[in-house]
Design a protein around this ligand. Sequence first.
Ligand code: ZN
Length: 327
Amino acid sequence: MVTGDGRKFIVHPILAAYVADYPEQCLVTCSKSKSCPKCHTGFKELDSGAHAPRTSASTLAAIAEAERLATSETNYRARCFAQNVSPNVNKPFWASLPHTNIHVAQTPDVLHQLYQGVLQHLIDWCQRLMTKEELDARIRRLPPGVGLRHFKNGISALSQISGSERKNMAKILLACVVDRLHTRAVTAVRSILDFIYLAQYRSHSLATLGYMEDALRRWDENKSYFIDVKIRSHLNIPKFHSLVHYVDMIKLFGTTNNFNTEMFERLHIEFAKKGWRASNHRDEFPQMTQWVNRRERIHAFARYLEYAVARRGASYSSVSLILLTSW
Ligand SMILES: [Zn+2]
């Protein structure tokens, strides 16, 4: 690879982080569905915190042992499942990659784990505790506020709830349940909301990571309320379990905005949806790639003009304005 000053280097990339949603995490790490892809925790123990971490070697050893001892295909699958390993892939692509621990490489995912997972469950439970109609009525009664979305029809009638809608729900949820639900339920809701917001800090110290651990501890102390009132029969939910790995992951890889899937969802709009709309919807792929290509070239040329004009000390606002309007 060539660096900015023109020097060439031989580069050996190491697979250190793998951004994926939960089904893909299980597929990539050869973990049994509904188990934790990062630690040796099966479905029935998900609620009991983190267990010993999985390693690439332990997963490969489990697959190899199942292959060696299996007496039939059914027996092989049963042996894999007993070790919380998926029997579907027996030669994973990462098996020969040096310095890679595929289980550690699975990164936290604020959009799918926290907003579309944990918070979605929590809102559902609040609706069942106080009825959908009452939560809707309380949401409708909220006065409009800057930075808040006003759900004028409540939230229960919404279908296909987007990430940004879920974020707007998070802003108002606590205010709508605080004087209505039991103290333990309110504390549980608040601790999860605290955790969600702390997990999105753009910088962290040991103190702020301590706040995340505090929030998780408060959730652990109060979550049994949902079982006591028979809203849930258990809390073995992979996305809730994933919270126990957040602090360690942030210490290892930095803040969660480094590997947030929202960025890729956003790029899907820029690179795929807008390109599709710009095409005539027939033999669309070459048109879409050309559309993206042109936009990138215009962007690169605009940056060059900015650089060139700024270097000569002249005003470039008129130049960039013409370029922007031509987009
Ligand atoms: Zn785990």
